[in-house]
Design a protein around this ligand. Structure first.
Ligand SMILES: *Cc1c(COP(=O)(O)O)cnc(C)c1O
Length: 407
């Protein structure tokens, strides 16, 4: 205790000693973890100015935090936005994006029929209760989509850059034209592509969102979501959703995701190349009926879409395979026999993970709907990791053989 300060009792010292020390003289090379809920100021007038937004300054972590702010700035730059907001999960981000785009009772959402399962459920189980109408459509049939948009006049169109689980590439530029023609906003979930493969805002999308839980963080140890836009009105609505709905990202997760970003290019290059190898190798495998991978035996129009939409000559790191013995039992036997690839309900991690869409992401759909969408019981989605590709292929091959022998 220096001479300027009166001597305090131990109970007081326990609370204050060491806190709010001098700022470091050297700048830290990495963003520090600002594990603080509030920010104190030397005077009330300074706090008042920060509160009103008259001067830049943090007030309360639910409104904004420097660690989280650094991640928001990074992802905004990567997506070529003018700003971003981070949330506690991809679903919280998606909810905020839908709210920010001004959905209210009576409004209509035109949603891709190939969305992440929880996104479909969010629209149907929550937004519908507030009087929002939801129509699902095949976003790869652009003429149909345009006609439908003119007919139902939606407020929002929503799709994914690479669809789940059949991995079709969305013609984001064309969908943006269709949306804007009817005064709607286009939300693109860019989780499967990451900004390394695609930047939807540069193709005309109004809002791009990410489950940062996947490729952005990439190591299976952080949950978070981000929304980016170039529209300042949308941005303040997104900040409002953060402040009042409160699904904010924690500082530790922000730090982990920020660390993940540094290696996104390296991971994506490796993972996409590994995936391309897998798709190639299993295309003619006798126990596999079909391989879904962007560009594989796609018609010319789809190839053109891929060239316009994907920023680099990579096609993503997910591969879906349909077993020739097209049953749930066969899929489970195959997945159980894997020794390296993990049975895990996520994607985008450094390790290879497998998922059974019919009992995981698309579990809540009835059999008939799954059949219409092309999600059979023998379909397995593989999120390819950064391991040595020969090891991944060997593991899948031995599991296919074990599964067939155990029949
Ligand atoms: C995982 C995922 C989400 C949801 O993200 P969470 O972080 O799990 O809330 C949304 N969209 C897609 C495409 C996803 O893969």
């Amino acid at each position: 205790m220096n001479s300027k300060n009166p001597k305090r009792a131990i109970e007081t010292l326990l609370v204050h000693a060491g806190e709010r020390g001098a700022k470091p003289v050297g700048d830290p090379v990495a963003t520090p973890l600002y594990a603080t809920t509030t920010f104190t100021y030397a005077s009330m007038s300074e706090l008042d100015r920060a509160f009103s937004g008259e001067s830049a300054g943090y007030v309360y972590t639910r409104f904004g935090n420097p660690t989280v702010g650094a991640l928001e700035e990074a992802v905004s730059i990567l997506e070529e936005g003018t700003g971003a907001c981070a949330y506690a999960s991809g679903m919280a981000a998606l909810h905020a994006a839908l709210i920010a785009s001004g959905l209210k009772s009576g409004a209509c959402v035109l949603a891709s029929d190939q969305l992440y399962g929880a996104t479909t459920a969010l629209l149907h189980n929550f937004f519908k209760n507030f009087g929002v109408r939801v129509t699902a459509a095949d976003f790869s049939d652009l003429d149909c989509l345009r006609e439908l948009a003119r007919d139902i006049r939606p407020q929002v169109l929503i799709a994914e850059t690479i669809s789940n689980p059949l991995l079709k590439i969305c013609a984001i530029d064309k969908c943006a034209e269709i949306a804007h023609e009817v005064g709607a906003r286009l939300i693109i979930d860019n989780t499967f592509a990451s900004p390394y493969l695609c930047q939807p805002l540069t193709l005309g999308a109004d809002i791009v969102m990410h489950s940062a839980t996947k490729y952005l963080s990439g190591h299976g140890d952080a949950t978070g979501g981000l929304v980016v836009t170039q529209d300042n009105k949308l941005l303040s609505a997104l900040a409002g959703a953060k402040k009042l709905i409160g699904g904010v990202l924690g500082v530790w997760d922000a730090h982990e995701i920020m660390r993940g970003l540094k290696t996104l290019a390296l991971r994506m290059e490796r993972q996409c190349n590994n995936a391309a190898h897998l798709a190639e190798r299993f295309a003619a495998h006798r126990r596999i009926a079909r391989v879904h991978y962007p560009g594989r035996s796609a018609p010319q129009s789809e190839r053109e879409t891929m060239e316009r939409v994907l920023r680099v000559e990579l096609r993503g790191a997910l591969v879906s395979i349909e077993l020739r013995e097209n049953t749930r039992e066969a899929a489970f036997r195959f997945m159980d026999a894997l020794q390296l690839c993990l049975r895990s309900t996520s994607l985008g991690d450094v390790f290879t993970g497998v998922l059974h869409p019919a009992t995981a992401s698309h579990r809540d759909l009835d059999v008939e709907r799954r059949r219409q969408l092309g999600i059979s019981d023998g379909l397995v989605r593989i999120s390819v990791g950064i391991e040595n590709v020969a090891d991944i292929i060997a593991d899948i091959e031995q599991a296919l053989n074990v599964a067939a022998a155990a029949r």
